[in-house]
Design a protein around this ligand. Structure first.
Ligand code: PMP
Ligand code: GLN
Length: 380
């Protein structure tokens, strides 16, 4: 058959996790925590199942969860979305990203993405018959070049996608960046998709500049988050999208025929958790900051050079003191020969910067896992 996605193979996360398993490597590749979800969340989930919340949920999401998200959003970002018309619960951020693109992007239109970008963006754009227009982030700092974004806009541009804290780099957009985005979009009909799945994992006293804080952005944005990141349960696949009523209505047309609804019991569990234990998301930054600091200190005892990590749970390292291999080959070698798995950066780019020698390590891991990785990395 003639493939609809000629550029797509198996994702780098799957490839590297399989290789890690085959070779018994410490897997710091695919981003997922290796520690348990909060006990209270598991108890709530069990209670929800026993209480009979096992059939289809409301298409838009369990009302108690949408209400809890609305209240949490007001508490954290100072603005309360309407739980009925502006919040939709999805099967992970991946579903939300797919739905948002398919809801508003027509065949032949263009979507601007900032490279390196998360791997599910472009295939969703391609399937919509649209074109991803890649604008490079600064190769050293991963800061956006807003003039380059301006220059990439054409009459066909339908959407701009941003991601902060950023996967894979951990870079964060500042207040000045968000104002630039607002200025760029002002007077256009371009829709913003803001991928904020790492919204609560921010460090060094910084503030996450959600698009929801900016009226001129949120009135034209899909803002997407994921409970997988916030509650250490990437396998539960529950996320959500906040968008103005007209955009949410279009979004729901796709959502209802894509999955119809999301796993019902988990929605009840998240509703309780968000409402009863705000400390969890409030302290998540400090929780991961301690892991980041410890891991970085350990990395300084290896030949890998850690880059700054303002947010998220990934540490980029420069391996040029160890090897001349390209990043994909290096990750293969590191797994097979040295027993540690990382993720190369080049699959996140349309055109990777020449000679870039960076790979991504996930530090959402127990100390024992990170210690085992460091012991091996010290032998490079
Ligand atoms: N966006 C980014 C930037 C991510 O890192 C991830 C998951 N790692 C997702 C979206 C997808 O989130 P989910 O697992 O909830 O589908
Ligand atoms: N988002 C995770 C990461 O960046 C991977 C998710 C997946 O495997 N699809 O590592």
């Amino acid at each position: 058959i003639e493939t609809k996605l000629p550029k797509v193979g198996t994702t780098i996360f799957t490839v590297m996790s399989q290789l890690a398993a085959e070779h018994g490597a410490v897997n710091l590749g695919q981003g997922f925590p290796d520690f348990p979800v909060p006990g209270r969340l598991v108890e709530s989930l069990e209670r929800a199942m026993r209480a009979g919340h096992n059939q289809y949920a409301m298409m838009t999401g369990v009302p108690a969860l949408r209400q809890a998200i609305a209240e949490k959003t007001e508490r954290v970002y100072g603005w309360k979305p309407n739980a009925d018309s502006e919040i939709t619960v999805t099967s992970g951020a991946t579903e939300a990203i797919f739905d948002a693109i398919h809801a508003v992007v027509h065949a032949g239109e263009e979507v601007i993405v900032l490279d390196p970008c998360y791997d599910c963006y472009e295939p969703a754009i391609d399937l919509a018959g649209a074109k991803a227009v890649h604008v490079a982030l600064d190769p050293a700092t991963f800061a956006p070049d807003w003039n380059a974004v301006r220059a990439a806009i054409t009459p066909k541009t339908r959407m701009l996608m941003i991601n902060s804290p950023h996967n894979p780099s951990g870079a964060m957009l500042s207040d000045a960046d968000m104002r630039e985005v607002a200025a760029i979009l002002d007077g256009t009909d371009i829709i913003l998709l803001s991928d904020e799945v790492y919204e609560h994992i921010v460090f060094d006293g910084a503030r996450h500049e959600s698009a929801l804080r900016y009226p001129e952005l949120r009135e034209r944005a899909f803002v997407i988050s994921s409970f997988g990141k916030t509650y250490h349960c990437t396998g539960w696949k529950v996320g959500y999208c906040i968008a103005p009523p007209a955009l949410s209505a279009e979004f729901r047309k796709v959502h209802q025929y894509n999955v119809f609804c999301t796993f019902n019991p988990a929605q009840h569990a998240f509703a309780e958790m968000i409402r009863d234990e705000p400390e969890h998301y409030e302290q998540l930054g400090a929780f991961y900051e301690a892991k980041r600091d410890r891991f970085r200190e350990q990395l300084l005892t290896t030949k890998l050079k850690p880059l700054p990590v303002p947010g998220g749970y990934f540490q980029l390292v420069d391996y040029s003191a160890v090897s001349d291999l390209d990043d994909v080959e290096f990750c293969r070698w590191l797994t097979v020969e040295k027993g540690v798995t990382a993720i190369p950066l080049s699959p996140f780019y349309e055109t990777p910067p020449a000679g870039q020698r960076l790979v991504r390590l996930c530090f959402a891991k127990n100390e024992a896992t990170l210690d085992a990785a460091i012991e091996r990395l010290q032998k490079l």
